[in-house]
Each structure stands twice: as C-alpha cells, then as structure tokens.
Write a protein of this length. Sequence first.
Length: 245
Amino acid sequence: MDDITNWKVTKSNELVKAGYTLSLNEQRLILFCIAQIDSRKPFSRIKAVTAAAFAAAYTLETRHAYEALEDATERLWNREVKTRFEDGRVEKVRWVSKATYDRGNGRVTVNFSPEILPFLTLLNERFTSYDLRYISHLTSTYAIRVYEYLKQYVKLRSSIRVTLVDFKEMLELSDSYMRFANFKARILVPAVEQINSHTDLRVSWVAIREQRSVVAIDFRFTKASQQEELPLLPVVEDLDESEAA
C-alpha cells in the first residue's frame, strides 16, 4: 500500500457552504473520490472504488463496505447541491451523472457531473483542503459538514459566528429541529464531540440569543497540538470513458 500522507480533500468554499444532504455512506464515497483529485489540474471525472479500499479507508469490515457502497450508489443519483446567491437565485447541480455498482467485483464506478467539476478542480483561491484521514472515523454526516465549514477558516481566524438560519440551511435542516434544544442534542453536540475526538480541530461553541431565542452560534476552534497516528489510505483507480463502459 502506498504512503499517501498528503491525500487531500479539496473543495471550493462555495461548495463547502452549499446546501446538500448526503448520507454517511454517500459522504464517505464522495470524499474518497475527491481525495484522488489534484485540484490544481484537470482530471478524469470517472473514479472507481473497491470495497477493499473503502473498508481500509474507513476501518470497516469488508462485508460492511460492500453494503455501504451498494447503499451509496443506490441513493447518489438523486442527490443535488444547492447554491444560493445574494440576488435570491438558487442553482442546483447533481453530484454525479452516473454511478454503477458492480456486485461481482465489489466495485463502484462514479462519474462526477460536469457541473460539479468547477467546485473540485483548477482551484487557485477560496478553497478548503484537509487530509481525508481526519474525517475517516467520523460517523455523523453532520460532523463532517461542520468540520469542513470550520476548516475553511482555521488559517485566518480562531472563531466565526454563523446565524442559526444559515447554518441549518447549509445542513438542509431548515424545516427540522425547530426547537434549538433538539437541534443542539441531536446535531450540534454530537458533531462537535466527534470532531474533538477524531480530527485535527478542537472546537467549542456558544449560542447567541436575542431575547429568548437562539439566533446564531459562535464557534471557536484551533488546531490540535498533537496529531494521532492515522492509518494509510489505499489508492483508488482513475478510469477513462472506455474502461467505465
């Protein structure tokens, strides 16, 4: 297995802040594929992931990796990314144009959609980059999203305030958890606990209230002083159109 200490997930900040919903399996599959991309260069938008490689990356039993990949493939086609503009426009693009599960070979082939490519490649500014291994032990898709959101600021500042409306919109939870106590217990606290336990960030937060209602969250964060030893990750195949057919 190759030493790929510098395996990086790199996304435009626009994508990091965009609204989308992905299950844990979908999130893991998408990020695993993105980590194979050199964001400074054009790349093949077709990626193949084996169950063995997926299991190694996320510390799963191989049989569970088969199930996770099949589940992710089944759902991924219908997933979209919503970008909201200041003038009120909402733009939607799909993550993938094609996703194929090859049960016999234990392999998924993912074709990123052409519309998602600008968020992933030829990025020279306003992007977020992190080592895939830092999120490989996170089991909450919201923990991954919160980690990415905070990671984009860590080199610039040690805190950020986000309105509760914008934060829930990013997580596609605008119509859920209307009581902050429920949002805190089900989403926010578990996400921060996982980030603090398994990633290179240490995070705390404070709820900002106006009268009796929570209107914003102040996040404070810093990089961990010591990094735990993390496992090496396997290499995923890069396919061309003829191989993917």
